[in-house]
Design a protein around this ligand. Structure first.
Ligand code: AMP
Ligand code: MG
Length: 338
């Protein structure tokens, strides 16, 4: 049973002292960020970080992101930072962007899965920022979920799953964005998107040429070289079978979804289309609303006991690329594009 701190309405930094002590004592703290909730531990404490992998059932070759509160902390754990990387840090930190940098020796191998690089992010969320600052150590924190499940975007959704696996829970209400950070790596002065998120291809293109990893929308094949190990794994998936459908032509899209629908299906669709189906729930109207709601909705579908969940896809521009990356995985690459 974890200790529980509710800071949804009343928050001040003082309240986090006990949670920061937990981090410094090598314990696990579930905390909010602007993207999703994280399971945090002292990122420089090897034993503590090992416990994150155990709590999540996470594959040991899937590296963790270190969360920092200032630039000095970045320079404690990373080296050879290029002018372009500093420019990206100055423009997007704090915020929902993770940069993969060359790591220093101080970072334990267990964090980076033995890679010579480390993923670094500076959260904008006040609670996350203050927790890192009070602990005065980079906090290793993967998304708060048992590996394979949708990431947690509010405590209600993940309490039963993680309550007995962590030492301390900080409830900060719904996370603002709802999708994990954009993960990038700069190679030869070009930006490579390893995982799309709120910071988009279009945002990054203002700074350098941007390449999108082919695994963002495609399944990883057996002999593929993957820049981001996380892409190899099943993720975000409900137990119920799901299919994702998309077409640029809205009529075609709706027709196909109607064709797949029967008395034993659930449709997840834009709020504007709910009345076109027998049994549907809306995931919002805008891309921002969809990203905010999608993990909560994916977590709820198993309760409906349906044979099939039919999910409406979105265009892969802007935030749409991140949404489709998560939905394709939620559907285990069961995707119909018309
Ligand atoms: P999570 O924290 O569960 O959202 O997952 C973190 C993501 O960042 C995974 O997809 C990892 O593969 C990726 N990541 C973390 N560190 C690195 C790194 N050093 N190189 C490449 N990808 C990384
Ligand atoms: Mg995750």
């Amino acid at each position: 049973m974890a200790e529980y701190l509710d800071v949804r309405t009343n928050y001040n930094k003082e309240l986090l002292k006990e949670a920061a002590k937990c981090i410094n004592d090598g314990k696990l703290v579930l905390f909010p960020t602007e993207t999703v909730y994280g399971i945090g531990a002292d990122g420089l404490n090897e034993e503590a970080v090992k416990n994150i992998f155990i709590a999540k059932g996470r594959a040991s070759d899937n590296p963790l992101i270190l969360h920092v509160s200032n630039i000095e902390m970045i320079e404690r754990i990373a080296k050879d930072i290029s002018p372009l990387e500093y420019e990206l840090i100055n423009n997007f930190f704090p915020g929902p962007l993770t940069i993969v940098l060359n790591r220093k020796e101080i970072v334990p191998n267990v964090v980076t899965a033995n890679l010579d690089t480390v993923g670094i992010r500076m959260p904008e969320n006040k609670i996350a920022h203050d927790l890192i600052e009070l602990s005065n150590t980079p906090i290793a924190a993967p998304s708060a979920n048992i590996s394979g499940k949708p990431s947690g975007t509010n405590i209600n959704d993940i309490f039963n799953e993680l309550n007995d696996k962590v030492d301390y829970i900080i409830d900060g209400g719904d996370t603002k964005i709802g999708l994990e950070s954009t993960v990038i790596r700069v190679i030869n002065n070009e930006i490579n998107i390893l995982r799309p998120g709120k910071i988009t291809y279009e945002d990054l293109s203002k700074f350098a040429k941007v390449n999108v990893s082919s695994h963002v929308l495609k399944e990883v094949e057996k002999n593929d070289v993957v820049l981001s190990p996380g892409m190899k794994y099943r993720h975000y998936a409900p137990s119920t079978k799901c299919v994702l459908v998309y077409s640029d032509d809205q009529d075609k899209l709706i027709n196909k979804m109607q064709e797949l629908e029967n008395d034993n299906t659930l449709v997840i669709t834009n709020d504007n289309n709910i009345n076109k189906f027998k049994n549907a729930i809306g995931y919002g109207k805008t891309l921002e609303e969809i990203s905010h709601n999608i993990f909560r909705i994916l977590r709820s579908v198993d309760k409906e006991n349906k044979e099939l969940v039919i999910i409406e896809g979105v265009k892969t521009t802007g935030l749409g690329l991140a949404i489709m990356n998560r939905l394709i995985r939620a559907c285990s690459h069961n995707y119909i594009e018309l």
